[in-house]
Design a protein around this ligand. Structure first.
Ligand code: NDP
Length: 267
């Protein structure tokens, strides 16, 4: 048993305000003009970060940055245009400074029985949710590794873990992201670059509404499968993202954090 005096000596007292702060940090958030990405941007600006949000729809990005305030900026970018991603990072870093935090949030889903999914459908989902995530991560990680500092977040899904019908390509893409997190975390940890995922459950966004609209009974089934008995809000993912990007999570890498009202307890 250690003496009390020794315990206090080992512990450097820092205020929660400073350890969760993103003051002075530059965060790039893909798909930040709406849904979960917008709320991640909102939570990160509240925590002190300057955020750069991307997406394909300029009007959505304009509205979002206006609502987010002076710490938010946007760049129109389609993540599936892989050749554009190195240039995107260069432009952002030249304009706003080195990217400290990357949030790979942009993603698409499609609900079809597996036997109706075409090769083109499958490729489209994998290209957006997996290939683009790797290409942008690689583009950002080069600078982070050189600076020996950075935090990379992937927005995964509980679909990576559970057999949810009619999302075969989506589940494959998010499982790929989960695997990528572990390899990148292992390769980058010696450079003080952390890589983690958040695995959301049912979060109230357009993506979820679209997924549920084709099957009205699905909403009730989803609620019944959620121990907390309610759907999540995009902000629930936003605060988890702030935590994982902050110094409070400085010893967390290669993790996937479920934010799902208890879905991960088991179906
Ligand atoms: P939304 O459909 O509400 O928003 C998706 C965002 O991604 C939009 O801002 C869209 O902007 C952007 N986006 C889509 N494709 C591209 C592209 N090719 N290039 C750039 N941006 C793109 O989805 P959510 O907010 O619900 O989802 C966000 C993330 O969370 C996704 O990765 C999703 O898989 C994940 N997730 C969501 C869950 C949920 O229940 N909602 C559950 C689990 C995971 P624009 O159209 O302007 O390009």
């Amino acid at each position: 048993m250690r003496e009390k005096e020794q315990l206090t000596e080992d512990f450097t007292l820092v205020s929660p305000r400073s350890v969760f702060s993103l003051e002075g940090k530059i965060a790039l958030i893909t798909g930040g003009g709406s849904g979960i990405g917008y709320d991640i941007a909102q939570c990160m600006t509240h925590a002190g970060a300057t955020v750069i949000i991307t997406g394909r729809r300029e009007h959505a990005l304009q509205e979002a940055t206006a609502a987010l305030g002076k710490s938010a900026h946007y760049v129109v970018n389609d993540v599936t245009e892989l050749d554009s991603l190195e240039g995107l990072v260069e432009t952002i870093e030249a304009t706003y400074g080195p990217i400290d935090i990357l949030v790979n949030n942009a993603g698409i889903n499609m609900k079809k029985p597996a036997l109706e999914v075409t090769d083109a459908d499958f490729d489209r989902i994998i290209h957006t949710n997996l290939n683009a995530v790797f290409a942008l991560t690689r583009a950002c990680a080069k600078g982070m590794i050189a600076r020996q500092s950075g935090s990379i977040l992937m927005i995964s899904s509980m679909a990576a873990y559970y057999g949810i019908d009619r999302v075969v390509a989506y589940a494959a893409s998010k499982s790929g992201v989960e695997g990528m997190v572990k390899v990148l975390a292992s390769e980058f940890s010696k450079y003080n670059v952390r890589v983690n995922a958040i695995a959301p459950g049912f979060i109230e966004t357009n993506m979820m509404k679209t997924a549920m609209s084709s099957d009205p009974d699905r909403m009730n089934r989803a609620l019944n499968r959620t121990p907390m008995g309610k759907f999540g809000k995009p902000q629930d993912i936003g605060w988890a993202a702030v935590f994982l990007a902050s110094e409070a999570a400085c010893y967390i890498t290669g993790a996937s954090l479920p934010v799902d009202g208890g879905n991960s307890i088991g179906f």
